[in-house]
Design a protein around this ligand. Structure first.
Ligand code: ADP
Ligand code: SF4
Length: 592
């Protein structure tokens, strides 16, 4: 089966010479393989006449075309196709009774389309994009007997109600006005307002307006609003962004409890969270913006190991060139350079909040992971080190220049990504090591013509990381770079940060709550403890394992190692391993 997709955003007929049409061999032989639209000038590509030579893909100056050959057995599994050369989705995840079903894979591969189909908001056209009258009977007949088919029978009878926790909670303040209490009261169909707001730890925020909430608070409010609805299927799209590990673990417990009576589907890129949360996982793969294929559900452990390995044996498909590997950190040869900055006994009071630190230093080429609860002063401390904040007590040796990527990326550029890059870092992104190690590695090269306003959360994050790394500075501070990036992009971002620091002998602080990401990016760990908004204490940097042991002890979570992939896995609370590791203080085990 041939798939020809036109990326509408990239196609710019006014800025090309119709290369696709001019060079297409069937067109040159008089066949109407590509027809240029009378009005828009954009190509319509006939998949039946296309011979798959790929000439148009190479000739298009804006990389607007994708031509792929897919296995023909997929043909009968097409669920939806938006237009002649539009995105198409193959197969669906199954919302199973009394289970948390996870979806693992990049954004842009049809999970919103899948959610819209499962919730009855769109009637899937099974590939017949011209059929504007597709009905549920066709969908039901196309599916084999089983849970998914039964589910659609209920969708057809309008017996399925759904609730969705949207991905980008940072957009909520622009869309919703009023107090947290008003918003949550309105959706309290289960009569659980008091219980849920307490469980999510937002009961002290009820009189605030949505505009006054931090990222983590917005996330918990959005999760609460979803839980209060009385529906049949609950979708949580990236529930962990902006939450610290303690909060992530709390959400895991609440969602698992919900799944004892309801169907739950979760899209999550923090693999440690996905691992401990889900009963089953569907991997989704494909080509961004072109097509997405859901695989049948696998056990959680098997799905994540397969994903990291990068090869789907049942489908015989490689989804990544190389496996993602976890190193035993004692194997990592640390060659740290001279000190960039050192400090001791810092004290800083900001309003009702007080920060204190131990003694520490950061070296050239060192990446320091920064972990700890929200609101304990992580960004405040880094800004003190960079000389951006005064301090009340203690000492700091230098005021190194800093390049900062904030948690929330507010950008008001009415232009393309290319313009954004040029205006922030000049022409240096266009070539050299930076272009290979950062721009390409983060997939920013594919976003260049896209309007900044149209970027998804993950795309905006990738460009912001590139801009932060592209500035001249001594210290790089990245505040939650993993947010909205998919699991694969997180690993690429971790590598891009490491490579930039090693190549330029610079230092970075990376604040993040994704343990896999921290494990891959960090040489050492700065550990924060305390009470959010009241006080914070920073100790370290420690060697990674020592830092993790301290940090996880504070959160009360233990990790074992998967015996095949060597990835860290959260132990079930009070399981034998959990008890053993707690007793021995081995919270982040390399041996179990
Ligand atoms: P983290 O990065 O760990 O979330 P921050 O450094 O952002 O922590 O902030 C720690 C605490 O300091 C927060 O609870 C915040 O309310 C408070 N805070 C930060 N900046 C100011 C300020 N300029 N005035 C008053 N309080 C502040
Ligand atoms: Fe024409 Fe297909 Fe070749 Fe593109 S890939 S030039 S559409 S035959």
């Amino acid at each position: 089966m041939r798939v020809a997709v036109l990326k509408e955003d990239s196609c710019q007929p006014k800025k090309c010479n119709d290369e696709c049409h001019a060079f297409c061999p069937p067109v040159r032989n008089g066949q109407e393989c590509i027809i240029l639209d009378d009005k828009t000038g954009k190509p319509h590509i006939s998949e039946s006449l296309c011979i798959g030579c790929g000439i148009c893909v190479n000739k298009c100056p804006h990389d607007a075309l994708i031509i792929e050959q897919l296995p023909s057995e997929l043909e009968t599994d097409m669920i939806h196709r938006y237009s002649m050369n539009g995105f198409r989705l193959f197969r669906l995840p199954t919302p199973s009774k009394e289970s948390v079903v996870g979806i693992l894979g990049p954004n842009g591969m049809g999970k919103s389309t899948a959610i819209n189909a499962l919730s009855g908001r769109i009637v899937p056209n099974l590939g017949d994009w011209m059929d504007k009258e597709a009905d549920w009977d066709g969908v039901i007949e196309s599916l084999p007997r089983g849970e998914l088919r039964d589910f659609f029978v209920a969708v057809k009878a309008e017996k399925i109600r759904v609730a969705l926790k949207p991905q980008n909670v940072d957009r909520l303040p622009k869309r919703v006005k009023g107090s947290v209490r008003d918003l949550l009261m309105k959706v309290d169909e289960r009569n659980m307002f008091t219980e849920m707001t307490e469980k999510l730890g937002i009961d002290h925020l009820l009189d605030r307006t949505i505009q006054q909430l931090s990222g983590g608070e917005l996330q918990r409010m959005a999760i609460c609003a979803t839980l209060l609805r009385d529906v049949d299927v609950y979708f949580f799209d990236e529930p962990s962004s902006y939450l610290d590990i303690h909060e992530r673990m709390r959400i895991v417990g609440i969602i698992q409890e919900l799944s004892t009576t309801k169907r739950v589907i979760v899209i999550e890129h923090d693999l440690a969270v996905l691992d401990v949360l889900c009963d089953l996982i569907h991997i989704v793969y494909g080509k961004k913006g072109a097509f997405g294929i859901f695989t049948p559900a696998r056990s959680t452990r098997q799905a994540i190991n397969t994903y990291l390995d990068g090869f789907l044996p049942e489908q015989n498909v490689r989804i990544r060139d190389k496996p993602i590997k976890f190193l035993n950190h004692s194997d990592r040869v640390a060659e740290l350079g001279s000190q960039v900055v050192s400090w001791g006994g810092l004290g800083k009071t900001l309003g009702d909040f007080t920060l204190a630190t131990g003694e520490g230093a950061v070296h050239r080429s060192e990446v320091v992971g920064v972990v700890g609860p929200n609101g304990t002063g992580k960004s405040t401390m880094i800004k003190v080190l960079a000389g951006e904040h005064e301090y009340d007590e203690g000492w700091v040796t230098s005021d190194a220049s800093i390049s900062y990527k904030p948690q929330h990326i507010d950008v008001d550029i009415d232009g393309s990504v290319q313009l954004w890059l040029d205006s922030e870092i000049g022409p240096r992104w266009r070539s050299g090591e930076f272009n290979v190690n950062v721009i390409r590695a983060l997939g920013v090269d594919e976003l260049l013509p896209k309007r900044v306003k149209k970027l998804s959360g993950g795309e905006r994050q990738a460009v912001s990381i590139a801009i932060c790394l592209g500035r001249e500075a001594d210290l790089y501070l990245l505040d939650e770079p993993s947010a909205h990036l998919d699991a694969n992009a997180r690993m690429e971002a971790a590598k891009a940060i490491r490579r930039t620091m090693e190549a330029n002998e610079k230092s970075a602080f990376v604040i993040d709550h994704d343990v896999y990401f921290i494990d891959i990016v960090s040489d050492s760990l700065l550990v924060f403890e305390g009470e959010g908004g009241t006080y914070g204490k920073a100790e370290g940097p420690f060697k990674l394992q020592e830092g993790m042991n301290r940090f996880l002890q504070g959160v009360n979570v233990t990790f074992r190692r998967d015996h095949d992939s060597k990835r860290p896995r959260i132990n079930k609370s009070a399981s034998r391993k959990d008890r053993e590791q707690r007793t021995s203080g081995d919270y982040y085990s390399f041996n179990h």
